[in-house]
Design a protein around this ligand. Structure first.
Ligand SMILES: Nc1ncnc2c1ncn2[C@@H]1O[C@H](COP(=O)(O)OP(=O)(O)OP(=O)(O)O)[C@@H](O)[C@H]1O
Ligand SMILES: [Mg+2]
Length: 349
């Protein structure tokens, strides 16, 4: 637990990370991710709580092991290379205990791995931001830490470069069996990198699980909305059923008369092309179709986003269609909802 002033910014967080696994601490800006990471690293003191690495208490219970003795590799948002040292010396900084030949061999191997062969004698000011980042990564990996703490380490890189470096970094960390805690506010990055995601909000971890589970079984509306746009259909649960213009939805566990929100991601809103506007053709899985008028169509590359103004209440629903589908505004189409892809939450009052 860590307070700044009266406000706890990290509260009751319990997190364990496994060797050879990547755990992503994911959450919006200011939720306390960096503070959590800094406490594990030992550069920030918790007001209360324990940090254990490999079973050893490194902080709390009277213990206070300094950062450099925790076998922790760090890569922070504001990583800094030593400006007066060349790339090779930056990378070899944590290897001074090794014989020179051995050290040079390891530095060369690491530079190869981060795709910077031939950069050994350059100085940081001669490198692009992305190249500096990769040197910082090589430097953090050089002492083979048991735990690697990374705080948005790929944030400065352009998209194409970033994917390559992310994957190379992952391979390297898996190979060495390092336990990785990676902080990010980007769901895509977490989905791509993580074996496990810990979703953080307001200083607490609200959900943990494999990317698939976090995405497909969010704990609440905000958790669902963190990963994609969402559509919300409101209703009232009666006898464990909620009637909507899209048919009845099973809403077990909600008391009679409870307001519920049925949440559906845009890719699970189906346009009933077969019927071509000729009317609903209900099926067990898809329920009833409802009419909407196209308000806007946009092409995003992999998919098209179509916004509908719904006839039943004038609300807006967004459907994502793979590839190109750009109906003109004003076109009337029938929409259906994949019931097996809905999440039902109690409505916030
Ligand atoms: N040294 C400090 N003194 C006072 N408040 C701080 C301090 N460090 C962080 N905070 C506050 O604690 C909260 C959590 O900060 P933290 O840096 O952990 O967020 P974060 O989740 O890493 O956000 P981001 O994604 O923007 O990096 C923020 O509201 C921040 O303003
Ligand atoms: Mg941060």
């Amino acid at each position: 637990m860590r307070r700044f002033g009266a406000m706890p910014v990290v509260d009751d967080v319990s997190l364990s990370i496994a060797a050879g696994q990547v755990t992503c601490l994911l959450g919006p800006s200011g939720c306390g991710k960096s503070t959590t990471l800094r406490m594990i690293a030992g550069v920030e003191m918790p007001d209360r709580g324990l940090v254990r690495i490999d079973g050893q208490v490194v902080c709390g219970d009277g213990a206070q092991i300094p950062p450099e003795q925790r076998s922790v590799g760090l890569m922070f948002q504001d990583f800094a290379l030593f400006p007066h040292l060349c790339v090779a010396d930056n990378v070899g900084f944590g290897l001074v205990h090794l014989p020179a030949a051995e050290r040079a061999r390891r530095v060369a191997a690491l530079l190869e791995r981060v795709n910077l062969p031939g950069f050994a004698r350059k100085y940081p000011h001669e490198l692009s931001g992305g190249e500096q980042q990769r040197v910082a990564l090589a430097r953090a990996l050089a002492p083979e830490p048991r735990v690697m703490l990374m705080d948005e380490p790929f944030s400065g890189l352009d998209n194409r470069l970033r994917d390559g470096i992310r994957d190379a970094t992952l391979d390297l960390l898996k190979e060495t069996g390092t336990a990785v805690l990676l902080v990010t506010h980007e769901p895509d990055e977490a989905m791509r990198m993580a074996d496990e995601i810990a979703l953080m909000r307001d200083g607490r971890i609200v959900q943990r699980g494999a990317p698939y589970n976090i995405y497909n079984a969010p704990v609440d509306k905000a958790a669902a909305a963190f990963f994609s746009d969402i559509n919300v259909i409101r209703g009232v649960s009666r006898g464990a059923l909620t009637e909507t213009p899209f048919g009845a939805f099973l809403t077990p566990g909600h008391t009679d008369g409870a307001a519920v929100e049925i949440v559906i991601r845009p890719q699970h809103l189906k346009i009933d092309f077969d019927r071509n506007g000729r009317g609903p053709n209900p099926t067990a899985q898809d329920g009833t179709a409802a009419r909407g008028t196209v308000a806007r169509s946009r092409f995003l590359g992999r998919e098209s986003l179509v916004e509908f103004r719904m006839e039943f209440d004038g609300s807006t629903l967004t459907a994502a269609v793979p590839g190109v589908f750009l109906p003109n505004p004003g076109t009337v189409l029938w929409l259906m909802i994949r019931r097996d892809r809905c999440f039902v939450f109690p409505a916030r009052t």
